[in-house]
Design a protein around this ligand. Structure first.
Ligand code: SAM
Ligand code: SF4
Length: 475
């Protein structure tokens, strides 16, 4: 009889992809998914440590399982991902009924670890080496992932998939826990990446999003030959069936002319670049150790506008970082207005124990000031997003149709053939329109007639396919 797995995922696209891999491997061990914790034999939480709130969310979900575990001690409860790597056995102190702690570099062990718990071998912990716990080679090896296992049912849609090209990060921005939880930066071999893209295309995937913490810093060196992201994109352009290639997240300093020329010249590569700025103040960028100045970022924007003028650019910001004054923040607002991002993700600084920022600086911006700055920057960005979207009125865009829009799902009309559908343009803008469920998965032209900050609204353009009508001249 099939065993049931309940899985909750929080955090970034890397976590979504990790969850897909874990489900793929557990399916091979006889598990099928359930949405109901009560039905599950194993319950896994894929966690995030980037902000404190994400961790609290996981502890709150775990808290709800306390009674279930008392009533059913045979159920296996596991914490995987960044929080597992960061807190390790500390998780047992806050949630003693957890059986399993697995860092993001050890996920391939999950089926065996679950078996160990079931066989009565007690709590299981599998984490990678810390950044100071051995030779670079040993640390790297301890963070390897098991990417080739894929599960098409776990994707955002059947036509879209993530593909990891790089693991870890060596940038060590002072606010960020990722280099500690995901280990050293390592590029995957290009042959492996291209082979995986072919598997995805064979499974019906039309859009592939390449993932890396600083994806455009991607490098792979073998036999004296260096492959960079631009080379990889050229190879992926040749994969039949793949229509669109995106890549996130970019690091401003590595947005080279060569890469931008590849984006311009390769028809499948989306003119969409997510390049977080984080702050518009040199003083704060320096404290964050981001490795660039406002001037460097402006130069990069200039390069993008020159080489890929139609590119949509998006950003991340942290407001209220240690020592950020009103003046620093106003510089961020001004630079946001100048850059005219398609959209921005704005976060209130959350101090992370284990980072250089937490060691060196006081988290001295009060929460209400962080909130006010968050609201102000969001309002500025929304106004820009709306103005940028309004430029699409009357235009025709190619939309890869993803499925029913959330709006329709809320109304409970999933079974209706005609309904509101949603999809994205090549430059990653969300489009909502009336369509037919059979159009899901197709790439169709849509004429845009309205726009808000977040959404374009349109109608599918149907070409005239006849019958031709002749008027009869009656005498
Ligand atoms: N590697 C990516 C990069 O360099 O932009 C992003 C990684 S991080 C998971 C995503 C975003 O979370 C960052 O761009 C940053 O804006 C935000 N972030 C990271 N650490 C944070 C912290 N301690 N507090 C608030 N936001 C944070
Ligand atoms: Fe974190 Fe900076 Fe690395 Fe991005 S580049 S993952 S923000 S350390």
């Amino acid at each position: 009889m099939s065993k049931k797995l309940y899985l909750e995922t929080v955090g970034c696209q890397m976590n979504v992809l990790d969850s897909e891999m874990v489900v793929a491997s557990l399916r091979k061990h006889g598990y099928s998914l359930t949405q109901d914790p009560q039905q599950a034999d194993a319950l896994l939480f894929n966690t995030c440590s980037v902000r404190e709130r994400a961790e609290e969310k996981t502890y709150s979900s775990l808290g709800k399982l306390k009674r279930l575990k008392q009533q059913h001690p045979e159920k296996v409860i596991g914490v995987m991902g960044c929080m597992a790597q960061k807190d390790q056995k500390l998780i047992f102190e806050r949630a003693p009924y957890v059986d399993l702690i697995v860092g993001p570099g050890q996920l391939q062990q999950i089926p065996e670890l679950i078996e160990n718990v079931i066989s009565g071998n007690g709590r299981q912990v599998a984490v990678s080496l810390g950044r100071r716990d051995g030779s670079v080679e040993n640390i790297k090896r301890s963070h390897e992932t098991f990417d080739p296992l894929r599960d098409s049912e776990m994707r955002p849609t059947p036509f879209q998939a993530y593909l990891r090209i790089q693991i870890g990060c060596d940038k060590f921005c002072t606010y960020c826990i990722v280099p500690m939880t995901r280990g050293p930066e390592q590029g995957r071999p290009p042959e492996q990446i291209v082979a995986e893209a072919r598997i995805l295309a064979d499974q019906g995937c039309k859009e592939i999003t390449l993932l890396g913490q600083t994806v455009n810093s991607y490098r792979f060196v073998a036999e004296g030959k260096t492959t960079r992201l631009a080379d990889l994109l050229e190879q992926l352009q040749q994969v039949d069936g793949v229509e669109r290639i995106k890549f996130v997240t970019n690091y401003p300093k590595d947005m080279t002319r060569e890469l931008l020329e590849a984006v311009r010249d390769l028809s499948k590569v989306s003119p969409y670049l997510h390049v977080p700025l984080q702050s518009g103040s040199d003083r704060i960028l320096e404290r964050m150790k981001r490795g660039y100045t406002v001037g460097d970022y402006r130069d990069m924007m200039g390069r993008i506008r020159e080489i890929v003028p139609n590119a949509a650019i998006s950003s991340d910001f942290i407001v209220g970082f240690c020592g950020e004054t009103d003046e620093d923040f106003q510089r961020t607002v001004e630079l946001t207005k100048e850059c005219r991002f398609k959209n921005s993700f704005i976060f209130k600084y959350s101090e992370r124990p284990g980072t250089r920022g937490a060691e060196m600086y006081a988290d001295d911006v009060p929460l209400d000031v962080k909130q006010d700055r968050n609201n102000e920057l969001l309002a500025v960005q929304s106004a820009i997003s709306e103005e940028e979207n309004l430029q699409f009125l009357g235009q025709r865009v190619q939309v890869l149709i993803e499925g029913p829009s959330k709006l329709t799902l809320r109304k409970g009309q999933q079974d209706e053939p005609l309904q509101q559908l949603t999809g994205r343009t090549h430059c990653d803008r969300i489009v909502v329109f009336d369509g037919n469920v059979r159009q899901i998965g197709q790439t169709l032209p849509v004429a845009i007639y309205d726009a808000t900050a977040h959404t374009l609204f349109g109608a599918v353009v149907t070409e005239e396919v006849g019958p031709t009508v002749y008027s009869l001249q009656l005498k």
